[in-house]
Design a protein around this ligand. Sequence first.
Ligand SMILES: C=C(O[C@H]1C=CC=C(C(=O)O)[C@@H]1O)C(=O)O
Length: 461
Amino acid sequence: MLRTSGTSSSPRARASTVRATTDRSHDALLVPGPGPAPPTGLRLESVISTGTTPALVASTKRADVVGPLLAHADAQRPLVWSRRGDGLVGIGEVLRLEFSGPERMRDAAAAWREVASAATVTDGVQVSGSGLVAFGTFAFSAESEARSVLIVPRTIVGRHGSTTFVTRIRRADEPDDDARLTASRRFGDEFRISLSAGEETADGYIDHVGQAIDRIASGALSKVVLARELSGHVPAGADLRRVITDLALGYPDCWTFAVDGLIGSSPETLVRVEAGTVGARVLAGTASRGVNAEADQKAALALVTSTKDQDEHQFAVRSAVESLRPHTRHLATSEVPFALKLPNLWHLATDLEGAIDGGASSIDLIDAMHPTAAVAGSPREEAVALIAELEPFDRGRYSGPVGWVDASGDGEWAIALRCAQVDEDGDVTAYAGCGIVVDSDPAAELAETRMKFRPIVDAFG
Ligand SMILES: C=C(O[C@H]1C=CC=C(C(=O)O)[C@@H]1O)C(=O)O
């Protein structure tokens, strides 16, 4: 693909950016990422004052990528999207777009369209993830302190089946001086940390689940997803690729991701958009794995025949279908929910497939779908309000969309589950939640959060 257009001034990005200086609750920033200072010194202040969308130049070529993709990632600032050995690893930052507030995804979709239309893309590979790509992570709540970001790396190393490739991205005002292939880097020392109760203790969680059940019984809502968090601290200079590798090897069928410190392995595809088609996998309803083959089969059977789990699941399917329908011509779901086997648990799952109508990008679709009833509840507004009332912490990017988008708007986004946020100072916060319906049992929901924490607790521990 060769896409050429001149550097254009972006009215939408300018309006958003100026708002950032005045109203932090509803804003979008254009922040050049770290990397060698460009000759023209494109800084945050200059972007704010000129309101221009930076013109990026991206070029993808086939390359022999030796060894696992993850070895190419930055040890402290990893950018990773991977499943079954395929995926993308980003290195460095050429551009960072930041958003917050209720319009964070809408602003991101508009700003990304501007960046893409001002970019020159030469793509000699033409597979999913080649060409200009931004990695993204979005806060769950409109009120969150956590920034939502789109990050364009300087280099992307990718694998798609037997095709391996490298994409180089620079600003048009920077010299085109880098034809080298990225070298993989040796892993740093092993480290192990333990995670302990955060703001929400086990007793607090049981109490809050009980209150949620009472509220549901009163008829105020049908379902709410309540979470709790664990916290810890990684040593300075910890090589986060160790955690990501553990997740990728332990949960090969999940999306393993690392974006701006948010690290995890999610089984739930929020949307996958490719060439006019959209796919999604809705998960809700959970059971533990059995201790032997027979018990395991029984656990799966009990899950697919449980009225409580089927109810919990149907809320999530309905919310996904309702959100996608206005953007699709055909939308089909798998006939009945199936039991999805993960190493730590069983989930009830439904797959959705559709043809996009009206040219929605993958960011438009995550905006339409978020938050699904798998992470908020039903009805959506009441559930979001109850989460804000009962959860004593900010979810940050947990249970928000995480993934990537390319210049045409195609992309893959998961719901950020089974994950932890690693802050610049090494603080780690891990999250897990459960869908609560009228016949939920608080102690069983607490036990379910323990199962859901396992991937992250094991990967850090
Ligand atoms: C909210 C989480 O999981 C959701 C996704 C799958 C199954 C779920 C459940 O059975 O409660 C949750 O809706 C989480 O892992 O933190």
